[in-house]
Design a protein around this ligand. Structure first.
Ligand code: IPE
Ligand code: IPE
Ligand code: MG
Ligand code: MG
Length: 295
């Protein structure tokens, strides 16, 4: 039996997404130059494209064509990029580096970075309503997708998680509080990335719930893995991370227990995928890739 080639899968999907992002972020005469440059910098200077890859993988599982998935997949990456640009600002994490390169505000200034994030978030929603994005989708489905994504990005999800993360700085935190922060600030967008692929692919309600559970476990595992790599002092993706003020899994329960929790969440992800058989190999491989790099 040929083994599923995860490296090839990820790099092919990433190339597809990068081509679309490049197209959506084209400089145009109607828009001022500097804001577009800052937006492009925040999106196109690296990144694994994990969220849009998840959308493609879960869409493929239910037989959705790439051209129906890509606009929504790319919109999720624009939202992710906005969240990172804002996250690095002095008012939040005050990080000078992102992906080993100067953060957007270090290149374009804080005001322009703030605006680039605003524009990316807004234009993500515009992208989801472009004629070529919605032509082959039922209007009701488009509305469900937009509702799911706005829920995940807003005060129930990513922004709410960033807010709790901010308030938790420098305070004692317990495991439940840390998991709540993670599930919101990181988990929500990851989970919805998988969910909308399944929606576009026409998954049944039951299948959708299964993909959502997979995405929920994965989102949590992703942030725990990220914090493990930070805490273990790995120099990875150009970050020599130290977030000692932060409420993280390793800072609350220690590295060993954090690794154990990450492994447990990976097992749960894999269990949810069992009924889908071999067709879910990409989703399995993505989950393994995310967790195993931190173990
Ligand atoms: C980094 O996310 C921020 C977190 C949510 C922990 P990614 O690791 O997916 O960032 P890029 O886009 O690949 O750089
Ligand atoms: C980033 O979380 C999460 C969002 C931007 C929503 P972190 O602040 O923990 O991630 P890094 O370390 O900056 O990538
Ligand atoms: Mg942060
Ligand atoms: Mg940060």
């Amino acid at each position: 039996v040929p083994k599923f080639d995860v490296e090839a899968y990820l790099s092919e999907r990433k190339a597809l997404i990068d081509r679309s992002l490049e197209r959506y972020l084209k400089q145009s005469k109607r828009r001022p130059q500097t804001i577009v440059k800052a937006m492009r910098y925040g999106v196109l200077s690296g990144g694994k494209r994990l969220r849009p890859i998840l959308t493609l993988a879960s869409g493929e599982l239910f037989g959705a064509e790439h051209k129906r998935l890509l606009p929504f997949a790319c919109a999720l990456e624009l939202i992710h990029a906005y969240s990172l640009i804002h996250d690095d600002l002095p008012a939040l994490d005050n990080d000078d580096l992102r992906r080993g390169e100067p953060a957007t505000h270090k290149v374009f200034g804080e005001g322009m970075a703030l605006l680039a994030g605003d524009a990316l978030l807004t234009e993500a929603f515009q992208l989801m309503t472009r004629a070529d994005a919605i032509r082959s989708l039922k209007p009701g489905l488009v509305l469900e997708l937009i509702r799911d994504i706005s829920q995940a990005a807003g005060a129930n999800g990513l922004v709410g998680g960033q807010a709790v993360d901010l308030e938790a700085e420098g305070k004692e935190a317990n495991v439940a509080a840390v998991e709540d922060i993670h599930a919101r600030k990181t988990g929500a967008l990851i989970c919805v990335s998988a969910k909308i692929g399944a929606r576009i692919g026409g998954a049944t309600r039951q299948e959708l719930r299964r993909v959502e559970r997979y995405g929920g476990y994965l989102g949590l595992a992703f942030q725990i893995a990220d914090d493990i790599m930070d805490a273990a002092g790995h120099e990875y993706e150009g970050r020599a991370g130290s977030e000692e003020k932060k409420a993280t899994y390793p800072s609350v329960v220690g590295l060993g227990a954090a690794r154990k929790r990450a492994r447990e969440l990976l097992d749960r992800c894999l269990k949810e995928l069992e009924p889908f058989g071999k067709n879910a190999d990409p989703l399995r491989a993505i989950a393994r890739f995310i967790v195993e790099r931190a173990l």
